[in-house]
Ligand binder design. Structure first.
Ligand code: F0G
Length: 346
């Protein structure tokens, strides 16, 4: 068999796999890098889209979760827990199922996209909706680990960041070099941290001769890093990044400083407009949170002719409600050729 073997088998030499004999894998990673012709033209640059929604559970979280669950299993853990805005919980539930482990997920009631909730339920997790936001869910998950034998698989678990470095490895392997700019949405700030570690590791090893500028984007209503202070009641339509107190705040700032990058904010309006535009032009349907990158590039522009990669972190199918509610309902016609011809000839 010559199929892709999953991230821990493919990138084992670059990851800390101590203790792991048998990786728990759903054959995650190896996601498409799609040249974005329309966006490139619009920005006067060379832009690529990293389609992380093509991972087995539909988001980049599978990269960190194959690592975190493999390590937890190897260490003898029986149950894992996470607080989540939806994607971490979907990935944790799926990999825990594959590992024959139990999984508890804490999610903010009414604030996670429908597809993500469906996933955690179907993968058999114990799903608990809390009357509180993500930040509260994460702090409760942390507290629980002090009281019961349970392993936390949020990105405060270093194995998560370790696995997510592979996104950077794949980019350099595909492009033959690091891009000039990496555009990435920022929520809990784990992924921007992981990509930077991946790029610097490859650079140190001579696999890339340069390092990208890290450009992070937060939703304006949930932009603690941009504002420089915690946001107690974060709000945004992009529920994946509705986070007011990111756990990886300090390492994310370090990534930005070291790379001469920036973290900036885009409004919900800008996100929704970039999201719809991307689907209609490039044929790529991502999550609203992922489209924060597109909105950011359109809003702030990029240096002429630079090579840019946008990390589109999650699949658009995760959040059908926001998609359907943001457009007018499709027309309903009688089931006759005549009515169709009349309608289409208008
Ligand atoms: N994009 C999507 C689709 C996400 O689900 C997340 C985070 C991010 C971007 C931001 O990544 O947190 O590493 O800065 N989702 C987490 C979750 C918080 O619970 O699924 P980050």
């Amino acid at each position: 068999m010559s199929q892709w073997k999953g991230l821990l088998n493919e990138f084992g030499d670059w990851l800390d796999l101590r203790g792991v004999d048998t990786p728990i894998t759903l054959m995650e990673g190896n996601t498409p890098l799609v040249p974005a012709h329309y966006l490139s033209e619009r920005l006067g640059a060379e832009v690529f889209l990293k389609i992380e929604g093509a991972n087995p559970t539909g988001s980049f979280k599978d990269r960190g979760m194959t690592m975190a669950i493999s390590k937890a299993k190897a260490a003898g853990a029986k149950t894992v827990i996470c607080g989540s805005t939806g994607n971490t919980s979907a990935a944790a539930a799926a990999f825990a199922a594959k590992a024959d482990m139990a999984c508890v997920v804490l999610v903010p009631e009414g604030k996670i996209a429908l597809g993500k909730l469906a996933q955690a339920i179907m993968y058999g997790a114990e799903v608990v909706q809390i009357r509180g936001n993500f930040d509260r869910a994460l702090s409760l998950a942390r507290e629980l680990t002090q009281h019961i034998p349970i392993t936390i698989v949020n990105s405060i678990n270093p194995d998560r960041i370790e696995g997510q470095k592979t996104g950077a490895f794949e980019l350099v392997d595909a492009l033959g070099e690091a891009p000039d700019i990496l555009a990435i949405p920022v929520g809990n700030a784990g992924n921007i941290t992981a990509y930077w570690r991946g790029f610097t590791q490859y650079h140190t090893a001579g696999k890339a001769t340069k390092l990208p500028k890290m450009w992070g984007f937060q939703a304006a209503g949930s932009a603690p890093i941009v504002l420089g202070h915690r946001v107690d009641d974060p709000e945004t339509i992009a529920t994946a990044i509705r986070i007011g107190n990111p756990a990886s705040w300090a390492p994310a700032l370090l990534a930005v400083d070291e790379s001469h990058g920036a973290i900036r904010a885009v409004t919900d309006e800008e996100i929704l407009s970039a999201w719809a535009w991307l689907a209609k032009t490039e044929g790529v349907f991502c999550e609203p949170a992922s489209a924060a990158t597109i909105a950011g590039l359109i809003k702030f522009g990029v240096p002429a002719n630079s090579k840019v990669v946008c990390v589109l972190t999650g699949n658009g199918l995760k959040d059908p409600d926001t998609a359907v509610n943001s457009a007018s309902a499709p027309i309903v016609l009688d089931a006759s050729l005549e009515s169709l011809l009349t309608h289409l000839s208008k």
